[in-house]
Design a protein around this ligand. Sequence first.
Ligand SMILES: Cc1cc2nc3c(=O)[nH]c(=O)nc-3n(C[C@H](O)[C@H](O)[C@H](O)COP(=O)(O)OP(=O)(O)OC[C@H]3O[C@@H](n4cnc5c(N)ncnc54)[C@H](O)[C@@H]3O)c2cc1C
Length: 522
Amino acid sequence: MWLDEPHDVLFQRAAEKLGVPLSDFASARVVRSVLDARNKGSPRYIYTVEVELPPARVPIALPADVSEVPPAPPPPPRVGQPDRWPIVVGTGPAGLFCALGLLECGVRSILIERGRDVGNRRKDVTKLMRDGSLDPESNMNFGEGGAGAYTDGKLSTRINHPLVRKVIETFARCGAPDQILIDGKPHIGSDLLPGAVEQLRKELADGGCRVHFETRVDDILSDGARTVGVRLSDGAVLEGNRVVLAPGNSARELFERFAADGRVSLEPKPFAIGFRAEHPQELVNRIQYGSASNNPKLPPADYKLAENLQVGGELRGIYSFCMCPGGVVVPTPTEEGFQCTNGMSNSRRNAKFANAGIVVSVSVQDFEKAGFHGALAGLEFQRYWEKKAYQLGEGRYYAPAQTIPDYLAGKLRKKPGATTYRPGLVHADLNRLYPPHLTEALKAALRRFDRKMRGFISEDAILIGIESRTSSPVRVTRGDNLQSVSMAGLYPAGEGCGYAGGIVSSAIDGLRIAAQIASELA
Ligand SMILES: Cc1cc2nc3c(=O)[nH]c(=O)nc-3n(C[C@H](O)[C@H](O)[C@H](O)COP(=O)(O)OP(=O)(O)OC[C@H]3O[C@@H](n4cnc5c(N)ncnc54)[C@H](O)[C@@H]3O)c2cc1C
């Protein structure tokens, strides 16, 4: 449908496609809508509609782009509550959805979360943005809802898994807007996501799960190669023979503990590192929508950019990451003295700026070239650049920043103008960060991006340092039974253990682990 077409044409078109009169529809609803803005100046929406027809009226041959709605999946099998309750470490999407999946099978679990509940966490996040004081236990990464709670809440994912729908439906049931059920790029917003997370936790608690906040798991206890429980930050021991490890990508002390004693097998994992780019939203709208950019029916424009380039004899992926139209850039450190950023936006996406990570993939060879070896090589590499960025920003989580033209020219001519980043920016040459081969790759890609999106390189476009927690720098290795290869009963889950990237895929990984545990208990 073109933007100016009346909405009631839609079902009429569906009827024409099926070759039946509209009056034959027993019901009809939109199940998906996707904005197609490839044709600049005249964008349109592509809809998928689901209609119900009396059996006698179903056409014998369906057109190629029409299919029958598949039957609903069977309910999860019920299993009995084990004597020792499963323990879930972390209440991010992986942990919460694992507990939900278990509960749907009749199994209650104990959730342990180092950070504070979403309500109190908000105050800690605000304090960091207001005056640069970090609470290492309650921040943008740690606390109820995990890194997922104060994020943009974009629920789009590259994975095509039958459980994607379940995750989105769960968020909608817990209070996220129903629009996410049909949007091709579903988005909840940082203002509404904490409420949905809180509601999900209440459902878990009402179902009998126990949730402990402000309690950190400091170690996994084992008897030989078998999990027997966890040690908590107050020294207490919680016994359990099934521990789901879903601590997110910033649980550095835990990974260090595992590497130190070697009981839990882990390996270094490639990830990506770079900067956050911020542009005026109006500029991005103009680039993406052309002459239609002022049409009020269009949402703030987004973008997705990627290049594979040969730089210094190596093929590298450089891409935009976690793009937030109408959003803000936020500080996401978890350790004192280390600077990193990410982005988020409210449900209305009404901030005047657009931001996205612009990152280059880094491999184990890059870690080694920089002098870091072993299972924690990626983590140390990440820390090294976060420390440099903190120093360049002169402390208190001020971010080093530079205009894109100046970054490309290696000069400090124009101070970055307006920004959404709090506590604030420090004008600095970002060429002082990252090894030359990574800087070269980022610069080459920025020039290519500008060819795809004319104006991407402009005086109003700035780079903010740094984007470093794109995914986990380690993988806690697990086998086909989803248990650690070195410790039975330990289920590494979600993004932090290297099995997901983003809210939806982390939630799905949690659900998969729940199904695995339920099958073992059946
Ligand atoms: C600002 C920001 C914006 C983002 N925006 C999006 C987005 O729009 N869409 C998207 O798909 N993804 C987004 N992401 C990424 C997304 O949040 C993560 O991919 C996702 O949350 C990972 O889920 P997880 O459950 O594996 O880990 P996490 O969400 O990181 O949760 C891990 C939890 O474990 C807790 N924990 C850690 N260590 C311990 C311990 N030792 N003991 C007890 N608890 C512990 C942490 O406090 C945390 O609550 C964003 C991330 C950030 C930081």
